[in-house]
Structures are given as C-alpha cells and as structure tokens.
Ligand binder design. Sequence first.
Ligand code: NAD
Ligand code: TDX
Length: 340
Amino acid sequence: MKNILVTGGAGFIGSAFARYMTARYPDYNIIVFDKLTYAGNLDNLLSISDEENYRFERGDIADRAAVKLALQTHDIDTVVNFAAESHVDRSILNADAFIHTDVVGVYILLDEAKQHGIERFLHVSTDEVYGDVHEGFSVETDSFAPNSPYAASKAGGELMVRSYRVTHGLNTVVTRGSNTFGAYQYPEKLLPFFITEAIDDKLLPLYGDGKQIRDWLYVEDHVSGIDTVLHKGIPGEAYNIAGEDLRHNIDVAKTMLSLLGKPETLLKHVPDREGHDRRYAMNCDKLRALGWQRSYSFDQAIELTVDWYRQNEWWWRKIKTGEYLDYYKRQYAARLAAAE
Ligand code: NAD
Ligand code: TDX
C-alpha cells in the first residue's frame, strides 16, 4: 500500500481520515478525490494542505474518465471510498443525487479499480443498511432492510462491492459505521445543526417524540476503525464500527444544551421524519477481534465537539448561507410552523 485514493475526502469523515492518515503514515501518499458538492469543503483539509504526502483532485466518482485519469496519474494501489450523498432528510426531498453517487458512482469506481488492478478497495458504508433494529444488535451477516432512499442507495452500493469481490475477485472490505459526530461535520446532521443553532438561541426541531435511539461514535474512533479494517480486514468481509453508546435523541440534545449553558426550552417537538427508523444498534465484536477499540467515551467526545463548534465559528458561519438557508426553509419552515 502506497498511493491511496480517498474519494469523498473533503467531507466530514473522509477529511478526518485524510488528516489522520497523512500524520500517521508519512510513507503513504494520500490523494483526495472529491466532487466538492454542497457537503465537500476544502477548509476541512486546510491543516494538511502543505503536507508533502497529500494531494487534492476535484472529480466525480461517477465520471469514468476522471476516475481513470486519477488512478493512472497517481499510480493508485488502494481506494478508500467515502464519497456519498449522506443526509437522510435530503434523500426524502429528492433521491436523484443519491442514486448517482451512492449506486452508479460506486459501480464506476469499482469497475475502474478492477481495470486498473487496484490491490485493496475499502468501501465506507453505514448501520442504516440494516434498517430499524427494534431489539438486539445487528451483526455483519444480518440481511439488509434499508428504509430511507439514502439507506437503500447505500445498500445498493454495498451490493455492487460484494459483486465485484465475488465475480471479479477484487480485494474489497466494507465498514458499516454508526452515527458519527465531531469537528467539521456539515451542520445539517443532528449534533452540528443543533449546536450551531443553539449558539444563536434558535429553536431546535426535534422530530416526533425525540425517543429515537442512535449509537453515537466519535469521528476519530470511526477513522481509526477504518484504518484497522484497511490494514487487517479479511478480503470480502464487512465490519461494523460502533460507538456502543446508545442514546435517545432528546438526551443527546439535552446533554449538548447543558454543555453550552443553553435552556432546554430551545427544544421544539416537530412533525416526524417520514419513514423514521426508531433504533439503530450494532455489535462490534468482529472489529474488536482485529485489535480495535474505541478511544473516546461519548461524554468526552461531545464535550470536545461542542467546544470545537464554539471555537470555530469561522468554519460554520460561512456554510450557513445561500443554499444552506434554502434547504433549511424546505426542511424546517413548515415543520416549525406546524409545531407553533
Ligand atoms: P459528507 O456528506 O460530509 O461528505 C461526503 C463527501 O463526498 C463530500 O466531500 C462530497 O463533496 C463528496 N461527494 C459527494 N458526491 C460525490 C461524487 N459523486 N464524487 C466525488 N465526491 C463526492 O459525508 P460523511 O458524513 O463524511 O460520510 C462519509 C461516508 O461515511 C459516506 O459514505 C456515508 O454514507 C458514510 N457514513 C456516514 C456516517 C455519519 O454519521 N456521518 C455514519 C456511517 C457511515
Ligand atoms: O433536525 C433534526 N431533528 C431530529 O430530530 C435532525 C437533522 C435529525 N433529527 C433526528 C433524526 C435521527 O433520529 O436525529 C437523529 C440523527 O439524525 P441525522 O443526524 O440526520 O442522522 P441519521 O439519520 O441517524 O443518519 C446518520 O447516521 C448514519 C448519518 O446522517 C448517515 O450519513 C449515516 O449513514
């Protein structure tokens, strides 16, 4: 492993991975390949922009010629694919881009990887492919039951990965991470959205009763889990990466508000997300057997995260303009009005 193409590396988790890999493996070359959609942001990579083992290429994973050129130009031997449309609520409004990137894009990337003779292909997937888990914990052999267009597009992409392993013998591994949070997360996802709104004393639209359960994973732990699977995962296998800390959304929001010193009266119950999965929960024994363990507790990680958004208004204030405000209106105006 020497030249690693990190697709989607200008987003939240991909950029954390690029920052981590350039520091941890000075002998590897990290080439970020990213379309720079609304969620891609070169500010996320600013801290490594001068590193010798880091490069950036703008491109779409569904653009065959661009992928081919990047693989050849940088003599790529390893692909780690983070590129995706990643927000469930946007997939409910319009799923076109989800099919383009999460299904077709993954196929093009796999096909070019095969033709180029890639030695290792890690695909980043999600706990959402398992669907709603009423009780117990998902294990890697469980069947898929995705419920949102986002989750279905991720399941479709993953199945393409499986087919390239079985049919073409590509050296693939898959990770399925749980709800990830930390610095540089686009402020549409629950925690960065609520933290940045609460800093401005705005109402926080909590879907339904707020008793939905998610497994919360700090981004640094997610990234070290991906590193473990990249180096030690068995070809053809999938690995859950879980924080193993299950919480109700309302409790996560209340913890965040108390860290910010803001009142719980900011929370506003609004009409629920359509098709909303009630609970995600994964078993993480398979990854632990490779030697990985979580380094941060939820309480440590949420404190670090709240502090980061407090100290980095330069990063999120310029995002919360333009297209972001249009999206905010489409997603929340009627919901907040209905809750009045
Ligand atoms: P993100 O939305 O912050 O970043 C996605 C990145 O992909 C952006 O930089 C965007 O510009 C890029 N991108 C989108 N379409 C592209 C295309 N066609 N070609 C090239 N680049 C493209 O997402 P994230 O939260 O960092 O998630 C990264 C990956 O992890 C995704 O595959 C997601 O499904 C998965 N995941 C996320 C979470 C989570 O809680 N955020 C949990 C588990 C798994
Ligand atoms: O305004 C909100 N109000 C609210 O109550 C938002 C944005 C979310 N929620 C709820 C919905 C979920 O139950 O909070 C929970 C978390 O929501 P998101 O941050 O949108 O995450 P989720 O839908 O759980 O999906 C996340 O985890 C799996 C990521 O967005 C996915 O990319 C990942 O695959």
